[in-house]
Design a protein around this ligand. Structure first.
Ligand code: PMP
Ligand code: GLN
Length: 384
C-alpha cells in the first residue's frame, strides 16, 4: 500500500458542494451555493452553437482568442477606465478559480507568507498551501467587517509575498472604498509584495455605490493580478470562463504557468463571448437586476426573525439568526435545510479559526418565485 501524505490534510469537501447536496437530499430550496437558477441569454447559446458549427472546435491560442482579448480590453477601459494591452496583459482562463490558482502558482514559493482577509472565499487558503505558502489570515468581524489597515501594516514583512483582496466581497457583501485602496497602496508601496484582486462581482454593486478596481491605482496596478469571471457577468457559472489582467512582466510569468496548467480555454465559447461583449447593455444593467432581487429578499426577511446585515453588492446577503437559535452556524444551516427546506451557507466556513457569529449567507441570485417560496418557508421559522 503506497501512502499519500496529503498536502491538504485538514481540507474536506467544499461547503458549497456539501450544502447543495443536502438541499437536494431534502428537496430544499437551494439558496446556498452561489449560482443563478435562471438561464443565460438564448443569444449567447446560439452564438456558441454557431461557432461550433462553423468549425471552431480546436485549441484556442494559449492566451485566449484575440477577438475576445480585444473585447475584454475595450470592456475594462469602458467600465473602469483602466487600460490593459490585449496582446500582453490579458489572459483568458477556465473561470476565476483557474486565474487565482495560476497567479498563486506563478508567485508563491515554499515559506512565502500570504495575507488573506477572513471571511475569505474558500479557494484562497488551500491554494496558498498547495504551493507551500503560509496563509496569514486577518479575521474581520460582523457587523461591519471593516479592515484595520494598521493591523495589515504590522503583518507585512519581507516574507510577505502576496496580499489577496476580494471586493465586492463574498461572503460579507461589502465593497472596499477609495480610502481602503489608498491605505493598501501606502502599505505596499515600498515592499516587494504582490496583490491578487478577486473582482468577480465587479458589476454587482448596489445603491449607487461604485466598484473600484485595484487597477485604478497606479501603485497597485503594477503589482496586481486582477481576476474576473464571465460566470457572474452573463449568468453562466457552469461554463467556467474568466480572465486575468496584469502588467506585462507579471502576465509573462502568469502565462508560463497557464500554458502547462490548462494551455488554453474552450474555443467556441471564447468566440461567442467576444461577439456578446459587443453588446455592452447586456451587463450594464446587472446591478439593477440583482438589486431588485436583494430588495425582494430584504423585504421578505422583515416578516421573519432573521436580521439582515447591510448588503452593498454580490449575490449574497448575510442574516443574523440570534433570535431563533444559539446553535453553531453549521448546525443551524443543516437544521434549516431539514426542517424548513431552505439551504444556506454558514459564514463560519469562510474562517480558518472557530468563529461563530450566528450568521448565515443567503444567495439571492434566484428567480423571484424561488425567493418568494423561500421567504414563505422562512416566515414559518419561529423566534424563541
Ligand atoms: N471568487 C469568488 C469571490 C467567487 O465567489 C467565485 C465563485 N462564484 C469565484 C472566485 C470563482 O469563479 P469561477 O466560477 O469563475 O471560477
Ligand atoms: N462561488 C460560489 C459561492 O460562493 C460557489 C462556487 C463553488 O461551488 N465552488 O457560493
Amino acid at each position: 500500500m503506497v501512502l499519500l501524505k496529503s498536502k491538504l490534510p485538514d481540507t474536506g469537501t467544499s461547503i458549497f458542494s456539501e450544502m447543495s447536496s443536502l438541499a437536494a437530499q431534502y428537496g430544499a430550496i437551494n439558496l446556498s451555493q452561489g449560482f443563478p437558477d435562471f438561464d443565460c441569454s438564448p443569444r449567447l447559446v446560439e452564438l456558441v452553437g454557431h461557432y461550433m458549427r462553423a468549425g471552431h472546435n480546436q485549441y484556442a491560442p494559449m492566451a485566449g482568442v484575440t477577438a475576445l482579448r480585444e473585447r475584454i480590453a475595450a470592456k475594462v477601459e469602458a467600465s473602469s477606465g483602466n487600460c490593459y494591452h490585449p496582446e500582453t496583459e490579458i489572459t483568458v482562463t477556465a473561470g476565476a478559480t483557474q486565474a487565482l490558482f495560476t497567479a498563486m502558482a506563478a508567485l508563491i514559493r515554499p515559506g512565502d507568507e500570504v495575507i488573506l482577509f477572513e471571511p475569505a472565499y474558500d479557494a484562497y487558503s488551500p491554494t496558498v498551501r498547495i504551493f507551500g505558502g503560509i496563509p496569514k489570515p486577518i479575521a474581520l468581524l460582523a457587523p461591519d467587517f471593516a479592515i484595520d489597515w494598521q493591523t495589515v501594516a504590522e503583518l507585512v514583512t519581507s516574507r510577505t509575498r502576496l496580499i489577496v483582496i476580494n471586493s465586492p466581497n463574498n461572503p460579507t457583501a461589502r465593497v472596499l472604498d477609495d480610502a481602503d485602496y489608498r491605505m493598501l497602496s501606502n502599505i505596499v508601496r515600498r515592499t516587494d509584495c504582490f496583490l491578487l484582486s478577486d473582482e468577480v462581482y465587479e458589476h454587482v454593486v448596489f445603491d449607487g455605490k461604485t466598484h473600484r478596481s485595484a487597477a485604478h491605482y497606479a501603485d497597485l496596478r503594477e503589482r496586481t493580478f486582477v481576476v474576473a469571471s464571465f460566470g457572474k457577468l452573463y449568468h453562466i457559472t457552469g461554463w467556467k470562463v474568466g480572465y486575468c489582467l496584469a502588467a506585462r512582466d507579471l502576465m509573462a510569468e502568469f502565462r508560463k504557468v497557464h500554458q502547462f496548467n490548462v494551455f488554453s480555454v474552450n474555443t467556441p465559447i471564447q468566440y461567442a463571448l467576444a461577439d456578446f461583449l459587443g453588446i455592452p447593455d447586456e451587463y450594464r444593467w446587472l446591478h439593477t437586476f440583482f438589486q431588485k432581487k436583494r430588495d425582494l429578499l430584504l423585504h421578505g426577511l422583515a416578516g421573519t426573525p432573521f436580521v439582515p446585515l447591510p448588503c452593498q453588492g454580490t449575490y449574497f446577503l448575510l442574516a443574523d439568526y440570534a433570535a431563533i437559535s444559539d446553535q453553531s452556524e453549521l448546525a443551524f444551516c443543516q437544521w434549516l435545510t431539514r426542517k424548513h427546506s431552505v439551504a444556506t451557507i454558514p459564514v463560519s466556513a469562510f474562517y480558518s479559526g472557530a468563529v461563530n457569529q450566528g450568521l448565515i449567507r443567503i444567495c439571492f441570485a434566484k428567480r423571484e418565485e424561488t425567493l418568494e417560496r423561500a421567504i414563505e418557508h422562512l416566515m414559518a421559522v419561529k423566534a424563541v
